[in-house]
Design a protein around this ligand. Structure first.
Ligand code: AKG
Ligand code: FE2
Length: 297
């Protein structure tokens, strides 16, 4: 007996059948158990050509948008702000970005975490040069406070465009099972150097898709290798993670806001989202992330 074939739960059945069809059942189970999984290129149904096109499109978009030269990613000495800025809103930069976002296996695993109504909230690149900095442990489920439950509201589907062969590549690290803590990291839990939690380090070849439940704590270690680590980060969310009205599209009469100053807060005028190619308000990130640790923040 195969329950998914019985038609009692159309949405669940469809999600289960897609997992089965793409050989993703083990990965779905790992997401439930550990909050993270790594899907190899052959399961994603992508070839070396896809990875090459994706990596090339990211490099080209970065070079064109930021007026820099990257060249050969194996040996590139590029560094600085030009690698980071204007990295969002990629869908129309190259057809490969829509291909990545709608890959059938990617959608199957996104829908396991977020339901069939999942939306692509945004996608961005990471181009990581040699660096001595790490990225502190954090959750990507900003604004989901303790009490928000174990259900994933956010999922990160990151396409590795270069090999993560070892720690010298500056890979992502995870605290397995931390999605069950149901909150973001507190300040004393964030430093990787003296992390009280056991972590696992991502090790995989280019073309693999790293998938994590948005609440899974993760960060990344310094990169000592020359050249660049290149990743396409795809953030999917549940469909409720949307405002009803786009207040910012039609600014209110300043006199009204002056009369009712709380309007600026409740309409989200100081919200981090939405932004387009670049977040122009990095100072808004920390307060937003803090809302993942305190239901009254
Ligand atoms: O550099 C990394 O691998 C981690 C990036 C990250 O935190 C993210 O994509 O949410
Ligand atoms: Fe993150």
């Amino acid at each position: 007996m195969n329950i998914a074939e019985l038609g009692a739960c159309p949405d669940t059945d469809a999600v289960m059948q897609e997992l089965d069809k793409h050989d993703l059942v083990k990965h779905a189970l790992e997401l439930d158990a550990y909050g993270v999984t790594l899907i190899p290129p052959e399961t994603m149904g992508v070839s070396e050509d896809f990875v090459k096109r994706l990596r090339g499109a990211i490099i080209r978009a970065c070079e064109q948008r930021n007026g820099i030269e990257i060249g050969d990613y194996h040996t590139s000495e590029a560094k600085g702000e030009g690698l980071f800025k204007n990295s969002w809103y990629l869908l129309q930069e190259d057809p490969v970005f829509a291909e990545a976002a709608t890959n059938p296996a990617a959608l199957a695993i996104a829908r396991w975490l977020l339901g069939r109504s999942a939306i692509l909230a945004g996608h961005t690149w990471i181009i990581k040069p040699r660096t001595s900095h790490d990225l502190s442990l954090h959750s990507d489920a900003h604004g989901i406070p303790p009490g928000g439950g174990h259900i994933a509201h956010v999922a990160n589907l990151s396409w590795l465009c270069t090999d993560y062969a070892g720690p010298e590549d500056g890979p992502t690290v995870f605290v397995p099972g931390s999605h069950r803590y149901g909150r973001a990291t507190l300040p004393h839990e964030q430093k990787l150097a003296d992390c009280p939690f056991k972590t696992v380090t991502l090790k995989a070849q280019a073309g693999s898709l790293a998938v994590w439940h948005g609440a899974t704590w993760h960060g990344s270690t310094p990169r000592s290798n020359p050249g660049l680590r290149i990743t396409l980060v795809q953030v999917y969310m549940r469909m409720h993670m949307r405002p009803i009205n786009m207040w910012q599209d039609a600014p209110l009469d300043p006199a009204l806001v002056e009369k009712h100053p709380e309007l600026a807060t409740i309409l989200g005028n100081n919200h981090l989202y939405p932004y387009k190619e670049h977040n122009d308000h990095p100072d808004r990130v920390a307060p937003f992330m803090r809302t993942g640790t305190d239901p009254f923040a």
